[in-house]
Design a protein around this ligand. Structure first.
Ligand SMILES: Cc1cc2nc3c(=O)[nH]c(=O)nc-3n(C[C@H](O)[C@H](O)[C@H](O)COP(=O)(O)OP(=O)(O)OC[C@H]3O[C@@H](n4cnc5c(N)ncnc54)[C@H](O)[C@@H]3O)c2cc1C
Length: 386
């Protein structure tokens, strides 16, 4: 079987789904190939930042997400067991002067439903891409659907297929980076704290704890650990949380527990011949600070604009055999944004390191909580300028 389209998007995660929605709205034909037949139900990413909410507002899908998430307008900071103050997002421009907390599987389902409602045949689930051939003039993609080979041809392929991208590998694009020494344990539990709809940041001598409200009276707890925990248990996380924060919760209410290492990677280029990268396929940012998914959406937005200008003038540019200027600009600008996001997440992680306890960290916390600095902190944390 053979299918032709303008843009093939490999990967139907948050980045691929939003890109498809945006291209559909621009009248550019596309197809999303997603290897999973049944979407993942993992909570994974929870923070949706104001620039993404503005974009979703323009697309008409913000209301559905807003109704299903917790609006985090402020947070409380604790240092060595003492509450040091509150930080707030009230300086962010309304109406989105908050960070929305919603489990990733709900976010993905809202994007998926919006896409399928507009173009029912755009998303192909259970379609695993095995080979990508970029001829410089077009791309051929071989995928397997229900054990049967299927060929796709398009003018461009976009790798939205995550960290281990087959699209990136097929194009021979570099992915350079390294692991950080930081390791974390994370779990979702029934909320028994007095934090309500606020975030909590606890800087304890034994390491950082972050805590965020989730819908349905659930709360996420993330603790920096001295070493990687191979088999995380709700009891072990609960022990760390009570020791470092004084908060306790019922371990039998645990709906998710995991431990993870963090790393940073970025592709050498996000554009080569007819292959483009977006989202985690292009960059990995530490989840501390919650930027990865939002960065992928900002890529999708920039790329949809670049494609709009490419398809408006496609014959002229491709006849000349030169790289498309709009896509080169996309690559340069989004790589710069990814490197900035990596630096911001490094600052977040520095706060959490136990050896960073002491006057530099205490001073930094006082600065963040001080009124003149708060708007700058809020701007950085909510991903303005990326
Ligand atoms: C613990 C944790 C917490 C996080 N919290 C946040 C947060 O609060 N805020 C935030 O912004 N980010 C957060 N992130 C990061 C966020 O989860 C990722 O950045 C985001 O999922 C990237 O989306 P993506 O669509 O680019 O890639 P992915 O989510 O990896 O999606 C890739 C898709 O491609 C599909 N695929 C892969 N290979 C193929 C193939 N060969 N053929 C077809 N399909 C394929 C996969 O099945 C998948 O559906 C967190 C990450 C972790 C690990």
């Amino acid at each position: 079987m053979r299918t032709e389209t303008n843009v093939l998007i490999v990967g139907g995660g948050p980045t691929g789904l939003l890109l498809a929605l945006l291209l559909n709205r621009s009248g550019i034909s596309c197809k999303v190939l997603e290897k999973l037949s049944i979407p993942s139900s993992h909570t994974r990413s929870i923070g949706i930042h104001p620039p993404s909410l503005e974009l979703f507002g323009e697309l008409g899908i913000a209301d559905s997400l807003l109704a299903q998430g917790v609006h985090i307008r402020s947070g409380r900071a604790f240092y060595n067991g003492q509450e040091r103050g509150r930080f707030s997002f009230s300086s962010c421009p309304p109406p989105y002067d908050f960070v929305l907390a919603v489990p990733q599987f709900i976010t993905e389902s809202v994007l998926r439903e919006a896409l399928v409602a507009e173009n029912p045949s755009c998303l192909q689930l259970g379609c695993a891409v095995h080979h990508v051939t970029d001829t410089g003039k077009s791309v051929d993609v071989l995928a397997v659907v229900n054990g049967t080979e299927h060929h796709f041809q398009a003018q461009f392929v976009v790798g939205c297929d995550g960290k281990n991208s087959v699209v990136r590998a097929a194009a021979g694009m570099e992915f350079l980076g390294s692991d950080y020494p930081d390791v974390y344990m994370m779990g979702d539990f029934t909320d028994e704290s007095d934090l309500g709809a606020e975030a909590g940041i606890f800087l304890a001598p034994s390491g950082l704890v972050e805590s965020f409200p989730l819908p349905n009276q659930v709360r996420r707890w993330v603790a920096r650990m001295p070493q990687h925990v191979e088999e995380p248990s709700p009891e072990q996380l609960a022990g760390e949380i009570i020791k470092r924060t004084g908060n306790h919760f019922d371990t039998t209410s645990c709906s998710m527990i995991s431990s993870f290492r963090v790393s940073k990677y970025v592709a050498g280029t996000f554009y080569s011949n007819r292959t483009i990268l977006a989202g985690d396929a292009a960059h990995i940012v530490s989840p501390i600070g919650g930027q990865g998914m939002n960065l992928g959406w900002l890529d999708a937005f920039a790329l949809s604009n670049a494609f709009a200008s490419v398809f408006a003038r496609v014959d002229k540019e491709s006849d000349a055999g030169k790289p498309f200027r709009a896509l080169t600009r996309y690559s340069d600008q989004r790589k710069k944004a990814a490197l900035t996001a990596q630096r911001r997440s490094e600052l977040n992680m520095w706060f959490g390191r136990s050896h960073a306890v002491g006057w530099p960290r205490s001073l930094a916390i006082s600065a963040i909580l001080s009124r003149p600095i708060q708007p700058i902190f809020a701007k950085m944390f909510t991903m303005r300028g990326l």
